[in-house]
Ligand binder design. Structure first.
Ligand SMILES: Cc1cc2nc3c(=O)[nH]c(=O)nc-3n(C[C@H](O)[C@H](O)[C@H](O)COP(=O)(O)OP(=O)(O)OC[C@H]3O[C@@H](n4cnc5c(N)ncnc54)[C@H](O)[C@@H]3O)c2cc1C
Length: 525
């Protein structure tokens, strides 16, 4: 007999864990959560500063772009978590929701019910903010949000230097105002990672109506007419079909949700035929409208000792026993404007310890700090298309980073603002801001001149890991996240974003998961 569930959620990432856990709060429905990766076990997923040790491993989908014309023909590396918890098990845990303007834009584009005032209650519902509840924050939700437990003097110096460069301090980027500089809050509990899996699946673990299926790769959705009736999956080399009684929800992330739709014959009919997949439902915008934050790091050597050596065991013990120390990842930064007549800040900056090289892949053992500006609401658009009809093949990804001249001009300004911050006290006492030294090490542009900054950007810019928009709400899904023209398929993850938010995307993905659950449960009752 086929195993059948009322709801099959595909992808146990930021959005999928929240969604499956919320659905299973209703004891009258059965839910399966299908995930390609294993359960996250051990220090790699708990200790925040070890995130980079997941990159390019079994736990990483390890995608890359086609050669990017505005990155000097380089391919950009695109990490994504392949483990229960998805990319929330791999990320750097900054808790950022985006700007009010982003969600009001979604509503203005025709997506009823997605204005800031509509989404705010869902952010608060997830949240257990250690600072307590207020107009913008919730307590008692599953997702722990805390202030950083350990802040290195270099990071404090960066915040002071940024203020000396004229940027206002901001103690809450998710409060009344996003603009300004300060310390990011993080999704950590006692200094350890609070992924979407820890937050949402932990409390749901004992529910008899929730079945988590790790190490199970979704291959394609099976249809009867416009109705999804089954999901073909591969577990340990055995392919089987999971039955769908009511709905299937795709939460595979912005690369894999459109890819699964395409593999299932849902997408631009010509493109599907050309790749050898029989079209089932012609939906031209699947895989289009892709957006991401492209940025580059400027790194400066410091006179301070290295923060971590190759052996981190003592610091790991300290984190577990005392809940503090450098193994709990912390970043500072903020939201800046490259001009005056903007509806919201257009540059986000991440400032972190260590020297960033090779798209973040080099071991961060050199003493120093790195500032990474990116264009917060990029105009450039890319796509996800089929590389091959084989369901195990990786999709073809073209981000077209910085293709729009406006994005290039803004990023240039972002770099310039960061150079200005590097020249302010007290940073000047701590880092070697000499551009010549940094440029010779390949870590900064040679000068503030446009041509030098542009050359640096083209040779160094990379993904800041926020792909989105590939199953755009208003085109591919409706405002209740239902795939247009199909009876019982929804998408819930960052791929539904019509425009990328001004900020990181974990909290928004979780909010989208919460919203999808509320749409579905409303229909049930
Ligand atoms: C290194 C890094 C650092 C980051 N730092 C931050 C940060 O500090 N703050 C922040 O807000 N955001 C950060 N992000 C981005 C953020 O974490 C992601 O945007 C967010 O987690 C995406 O959520 P999602 O639900 O859309 O997708 P994901 O969390 O990626 O979930 C998709 C899930 O689907 C599974 N899946 C995919 N295909 C299949 C298949 N065929 N079958 C079964 N399962 C499948 C995947 O394995 C994964 O578990 C970072 C990202 C990276 C890579």
């Amino acid at each position: 007999m086929t195993e059948t569930y009322d709801y099959v959620v595909v992808g146990a990432g930021s959005a999928g864990c929240a969604l499956a856990a919320r659905l299973s709060e209703n004891p009258d429905v059965t839910v399966a959560l299908v995930e390609a990766g294993p359960m996250p076990a051990g220090r790699l997923f708990e200790i925040p500063a070890l995130f980079s040790q997941q990159l390019k491993t079994f736990y990483d989908w390890d995608f890359e772009t086609e050669p990017e014309p505005h990155l000097g023909g380089r391919r950009a590396y695109l990490p994504r978590g392949r483990v229960v918890g998805g990319t929330s098990s791999m990320n750097t845990m900054l808790y950022v929701r985006g700007h009010r303007y982003d969600y009001d834009t979604w509503e203005r584009l025709g997506n009823k019910g997605w204005a800031y005032e509509d989404v705010l209650p869902f952010f608060k519902k997830s949240e257990d903010n250690q600072r307590g509840a207020d107009e913008f924050h919730g307590v008692g939700g599953p997702l722990t949000v805390s202030d950083p437990v350990s802040v290195h003097p270099l990071l404090t110096a960066w915040v002071e230097a940024a203020q000396n460069a004229g940027h206002a301090p901001n103690s809450d980027f998710n409060g009344a105002e996003q603009e300004g500089v300060g310390y990011y809050q993080v999704t950590q509990r006692g200094g350890l990672r609070c992924s979407s899996a820890v937050a949402f699946l932990g409390p749901a673990a004992g529910r008899p109506n929730l079945t988590v299926l790790p190490s199970t790769l979704a291959l394609r959705v099976h249809f009867d007419g416009d109705r999804a009736t089954g999901l073909d999956v591969d577990h340990a080399g055995t392919v089987r079909r999971i039955g769908i009684d009511r709905e299937v929800v795709l939460s595979l992330g912005a690369y894999n949700s459109p890819h699964l739709l395409l593999q299932s014959g849902v997408g631009p009919a010509d493109e599907l035929r050309a790749a050898g997949v029989a079209p089932r439902h012609d939906l031209p915008d699947v895989g289009r409208n892709m957006q991401d934050h492209a940025g580059c790091f400027l790194s400066f050597f410091s006179s301070t000792p290295p923060v971590l050596g190759p052996d981190t065991s003592a610091e790991e013990r300290r984190l577990r026993e005392e809940g503090t120390g450098p193994m709990a990842w912390t970043e500072v930064g903020g939201f800046l404007r490259s001009g005056d007549d903007l509806p919201a800040p257009d540059i986000q900056v991440h400032a972190a310890l260590g020297i960033v090289r090779d798209q973040g892949l080099a071991a961060p053992l050199e003493p120093g700090m790195s500032f990474g500006p990116y264009v917060a609401r990029p105009a450039s658009r890319g796509s996800v298309t089929l590389r091959h009809s084989h369901p195990y093949a990786k999709p073809r990804i073209r981000h077209n980073y910085l293709a729009d001249p406006d994005d290039r001009a803004r990023l240039r300004e972002g770099v310039r603002m960061c150079l200005e911050i590097a020249r302010q006290a007290p940073l000047t006492d701590l880092v070697d801001g000499n551009l010549k030294t940094a440029a010779e090490a390949g870590l900064a542009p040679r000068s503030d001149r446009d041509a030098d900054i542009d050359e640096y950007i083209a040779s160094q810019a990379f993904s800041f890991y926020h792909p989105s928009g590939t199953c755009m709400m208003g085109k591919v899904v409706d405002s209740r996240l239902r795939v247009q023209g199909l009876e019982n398929v929804r998408v819930a993850d960052t791929s539904i974003m019509p425009t990328l938010v001004t900020g990181n995307t974990n909290a928004p993905a979780i909010m989208i998961g919460e919203r999808a659950a509320s749409f579905i449960l409303e229909a049930v009752s």
